[in-house]
Ligand binder design. Structure first.
Ligand SMILES: [Cu+2]
Length: 477
C-alpha cells in the first residue's frame, strides 16, 4: 500500500491521530499526511491562482477579466469539495453518508474554517498587486519619456531587467557561467594593495570593501550601488559573453520563508541552496557602518552552501570577512579562501514583505524619507536593504565583503528596482533629487563624485541618477 493511502486509512481508523511525516534535512514545509490528494491539488492550484493574482497587475487583470473570474469560480467550487474530503479524512466531519456516527458538519462552516486566499486577499497579496501597479505606472512614464527619442536610450534599445523566476533556464545558466567566468580572469587590483584579490570578480569585492564606509548609511548609498551593478553587468557582457540584462531577486515573493524561493532551490539553474545546517552555533555580531552592532541569531543553515553552482568546492570566497569575527587578514583584503556560507532566515525575510515596499513607495514624498526607511539598518527586522542581506545570512551579512555571495547582485538589483519604481512615479521631481551626506558631514550634490577602483572610472551622482540617460539604458519588469 502506498504511504499516502496508508496514512489515509490510518487517519480514518483513528481520527484523533495526526501522523507527522519525517522532517527532511532541507526543512521544506511540512506536509500534512491526513490531507487527501484532492485537497493537495486544490492547495497547489489555489497557490497558483494566488501567484497569478499577485503577478497580474491591474491592467492585465482587467484584460484577462472573464478568464480570471472563471478560474476563481472553478477554484472555489473545487476548494469546497476538497475541504469536505479533507475534513472527512481527518475525522472531523462526514461526507456523502447520512446517519453516521460522526458529527455532521455544516457546509458553510467548512468554508469559513478555510478561507480561500482568492476570496479574501490578505494585506500582503493586496500590497503585491499594488507593487505591480506602481511598476506599470513607472514603466508607462519612462517609456513615454523616451518614446520620442531617435538616439540614445530609446524604447527599442532599452534593456529589461527581469526577476530570476521569469528567466528561461538558458538565461539563468548563462548568467551563472558568466560569474564563474569572471572568477577565472585575472584581477586588475594590484596585488600589493589586495593580495586576496585573485580574479576579476574579486575586483568588485575590493571596490565594495573600500567604498563601504562612504557608500553605506550615506547620501551615496543608492547612487553608488546603482553604478556598481551597472559596472558588473557591463563586465559580464563585455568580458564573459553574457547577453542579457542583470536579473533581480524579488524578495517580497518568498517573504514568508526564503527557503521556498526558486532562486535558492539548489538546482543547477539556481543561485545555490541554503548553507548546511550547523547545530549549536552562536549568533553573529555584525558591525554596521553607522557604528551600530547588530546581533544576528542562527537561522536554518549556517555552513557551506551544499547544492547548486556555488556549492562548496565549486566556488570560493577569498576576501573578508570585515564586518564580523573571525576577520580576514589585512582588513579583509588578504587571501582567505573558503566556501560560500548561507543561513536563510524566515525571521528577517519578514522585513522584505510586500507591504514594506508599498509603505516606502506610496508613503515617501521625498528622497530623505525613502532612503532612511529603505536603509534603516538598526531597525527590527531591519529596513528592506538590511533585511535582504540578513535573510540570506553569513557571507551576505558582511556589510563590506557581501558581494562574495553572488546573490548580492540580485538583491541589490531589487533594491535599485524599488528606487527606480519610486523615481518613476514622478520623473520630473524625483530623478535628480539628492539627499544626505558623505561621511562625516558634507552634503551630497549632483556633482559629488564616487570612486569605483579598478572596475570603472569615477562617476558623479548626476551621471547615475537616471536609468535611461548617459551610460544607462535599462528598466525593470
Ligand atoms: Cu553595499
Amino acid at each position: 500500500m502506498s504511504s499516502k493511502r496508508r496514512a489515509k486509512r490510518e487517519s480514518k481508523a483513528n481520527p484523533t491521530r495526526v501522523s507527522q511525516p519525517p522532517r527532511s534535512r532541507g526543512a521544506r514545509p511540512l506536509e500534512d499526511n491526513t490531507e487527501t490528494r484532492g485537497a493537495r491539488e486544490i492547495r497547489a492550484e489555489t497557490k497558483h491562482a494566488r501567484h497569478l493574482q499577485n503577478r497580474v497587475g491591474k491592467r492585465y487583470r482587467d484584460r484577462l477579466g472573464a478568464e480570471f473570474e472563471k478560474l476563481q469560480a472553478a477554484l472555489c467550487i473545487r476548494h469546497d469539495a476538497a475541504q469536505d474530503e479533507h475534513m472527512h479524512a481527518a475525522g472531523l466531519g462526514q461526507k456523502g453518508k447520512t446517519g453516521g456516527s460522526r458529527r455532521p458538519i455544516n457546509k458553510t462552516k467548512i468554508v469559513d474554517l478555510a478561507p480561500s486566499p482568492i476570496r479574501e486577499p490578505d494585506l500582503e497579496a493586496t500590497a503585491a498587486s499594488r507593487i505591480l501597479e506602481l511598476q506599470t505606472q513607472y514603466q508607462h512614464n519612462v517609456l513615454t519619456q523616451i518614446g520620442q527619442r531617435r538616439s540614445g536610450c530609446t524604447t527599442q534599445t532599452i534593456r529589461r531587467r527581469k526577476e530570476w523566476s521569469a528567466l528561461p533556464p538558458s538565461t539563468r545558466a548563462s548568467f551563472i557561467s558568466a560569474i564563474h567566468c569572471l572568477n577565472t580572469l585575472p584581477p586588475q587590483t594590484p596585488s600589493h594593495k589586495a593580495p586576496g584579490a585573485r580574479t576579476r570578480y574579486d575586483d568588485f569585492i575590493v571596490t565594495h570593501i573600500e567604498q563601504t564606509p562612504l557608500a553605506h548609511a550615506s547620501g551615496l548609498f543608492l547612487p553608488f550601488h546603482r553604478h556598481l551593478l551597472h559596472a558588473f553587468e557591463r563586465t559580464l557582457r563585455e568580458t564573459c559573453g553574457y547577453t542579457d540584462a542583470l536579473p533581480y531577486w524579488d524578495w517580497t515573493a518568498a517573504f514568508e520563508d526564503p527557503r521556498r524561493a526558486e532562486v535558492f532551490d539548489g538546482s543547477e539553474t539556481s543561485m545555490g541552496g541554503n548553507g548546511r545546517w550547523v547545530a549549536g552555533r552562536n549568533a553573529t555580531e555584525i558591525a554596521l557602518p553607522d557604528g551600530v552592532v547588530k546581533t544576528i541569531p542562527p537561522a536554518t543553515g549556517g555552513g557551506c552552501v551544499e547544492s547548486g553552482p556555488f556549492a562548496e568546492g565549486r566556488y570560493f570566497v577569498r576576501l573578508g570577512p570585515v564586518g564580523y569575527e573571525p576577520k580576514g587578514p589585512m582588513g579583509g583584503l588578504g587571501y582567505n579562501p573558503r566556501c560560500l556560507t548561507r543561513d536563510l532566515s524566515p525571521e528577517f525575510s519578514q522585513g522584505t514583505r510586500p507591504s514594506a515596499v508599498t509603505a516606502l513607495v506610496d508613503g515617501c514624498e521625498d528622497l530623505g524619507c525613502f532612503v532612511q526607511e529603505l536603509d534603516a539598518p538598526g531597525g527590527v527586522p531591519g529596513g528592506l536593504h538590511a533585511s535582504g542581506h540578513w535573510q540570506i545570512g553569513l557571507t551576505a551579512l558582511d556589510v563590506f565583503a557581501s558581494p562574495g555571495d553572488p546573490m548580492f547582485w540580485l538583491h541589490h538589483a531589487q533594491v535599485d528596482r524599488v528606487w527606480t519604481i519610486w523615481q518613476g512615479q514622478d520623473l520630473e521631481k524625483r530623478t535628480y533629487e539628492v539627499w544626505g551626506t558623505v561621511p562625516p558631514s558634507d552634503n551630497v550634490t549632483l556633482d559629488t563624485a564616487m570612486d569605483f577602483g579598478t572596475v570603472d572610472a569615477p562617476k558623479t551622482i548626476r551621471e547615475v541618477s537616471s536609468p535611461v540617460d548617459g551610460d544607462y539604458c535599462y528598466m525593470y519588469e
